[in-house]
Design a protein. Structure first.
Length: 335
């Protein structure tokens, strides 16, 4: 069989990514991030679309160059079809469709959330099937049983905010710059989580809810600021530690519950929040205590990247799962 070489494009939010995968091995993974949104405290969709327009061609060229692949040797072009910001998705999809049309090769339509989970199949060691995956990203929080490559069953999810939003929105309350999650993580590492206490969100079964938690942080800060206007500045590390502790405990409690309910002992995390040091540490500790095997993707495969789109596309290619030129991106969908 000839080589399967795929160019993959990711443009669902504010990162423009291109990757090349050959027979399931990632040869290049290029990401251009957009710092333009920082001053607005969140992603501005129109600015994101424009920045994708600027970045997409150079990013693709760089990926092909790093991979040392001539575009004539590509077997297919893959793209993130959704979920995501529609304007951002359209840039990647239009580019990918044109590229595939010009080269007369097939298109592969990839679900961004499935790709976050499939990132676990990039590097060794890989989990064996079935495995349990906690998908924690900026827009989603789900517990998924992965039965086989591209075979997913959602067994729990958030009813409102995602874990990434809980990090970003509480970080914003503390006055940290967007996206607050990584900065909150850094400060939390220098803090003591026992000084301030926030209630853990209580919700049935394997579901999650973070909007009440965000409100409880807001009320607590407002109350303390009335007593001491410098409260946040004087307590920033301990506040970050308490917030991170509460989110991590909430997530890991449900992971343990899911292990108990399913009997699955191959456990993985995926998505941007999988980069969180507190979550990684707690799960590593629990895996030793409870005897489950833990898998965490490399940092560059946790937040948005095209390598995860590429690996997903590789498996779709093997199943002859191709899209045609009538493909339209979808802003909302689950795994
Ligand atoms: N170290 C960290 N600690 C906590 N949160 C983090 C960390 N690093 C990244 N994040 C959070 O991860 C999120 C970004 O992840 P990701 O790129 O997977 O989400 P997204 O693509 O915006 O959402 P989705 O994939 O659901 O569409 C942000 O909310 C960011 O704050
Ligand atoms: Mg994402």
């Amino acid at each position: 069989m000839s080589d399967i070489i795929i160019l993959a494009i990711e443009s669902s939010c504010d990162d423009t990514g291109a990757a090349v995968v050959a027979n399931g091995n990632i040869l290049a993974n290029v990401v251009a991030s957009q710092s333009i949104h920082e001053k607005w405290g969140g992603v501005v969709p129109e600015l994101a679309s424009r920045a994708h327009m600027q970045h997409i061609v150079p990013v693709v060229h760089e990926a092909l160059q790093i991979a040392e692949i001539d575009k004539k040797n590509l077997s297919a072009v893959a793209l993130t079809a959704g979920p995501g910001l529609i304007g951002s998705l359209l840039v990647g999809a239009t580019f990918a469709k044109s590229f595939a049309l010009a080269l007369d090769i097939p298109l592969i339509s990839v679900n961004h959330l499935q790709a976050h989970v499939m990132a676990l199949l990039i590097d060794e060691p890989k989990p064996s099937f079935p495995f349990l995956c906690l998908l924690v990203s900026g827009g989603h929080t789900q517990l998924i049983v992965v039965k086989a490559p591209l075979e997913f069953e959602i067994i729990g999810q958030t009813t409102d905010d995602a874990a990434g939003e809980a990090f970003d929105k509480t970080a914003k309350i503390l006055g940290l710059t967007y996206p607050g999650g990584p900065l909150l993580d850094k400060l939390a590492q220098q803090g003591n989580h026992t000084i301030h206490k926030f209630p853990k969100p209580q919700i049935a079964e394997l579901d999650f809810s973070f909007s009440g938690f965000k409100t409880s942080v807001l009320y607590y800060i407002e109350k303390q600021k009335k007593l001491n206007p410098d409260f946040v500045a004087e307590n920033i590390n301990d506040l970050c530690a308490a917030i991170q502790y509460t989110i991590v405990e909430t997530l890991t409690d449900k992971v343990l519950k899911a292990i108990e309910q399913t009997g699955i002992t191959q456990v993985a995390i995926a998505g941007g929040v999988a980069a969180n040091s507190g979550l990684r540490l707690k799960l590593q500790l629990l895996s030793q205590q409870k005897g489950f095997d833990l898998y965490i993707p490399a940092f560059q495969y946790c937040t948005d990247n095209a390598a995860m789109i590429a690996i997903t596309a590789h498996y779709q290619y093997m199943k002859n799962d191709f899209a045609d030129q009538s493909l339209a991106p979808y802003p909302r969908v689950s795994v």
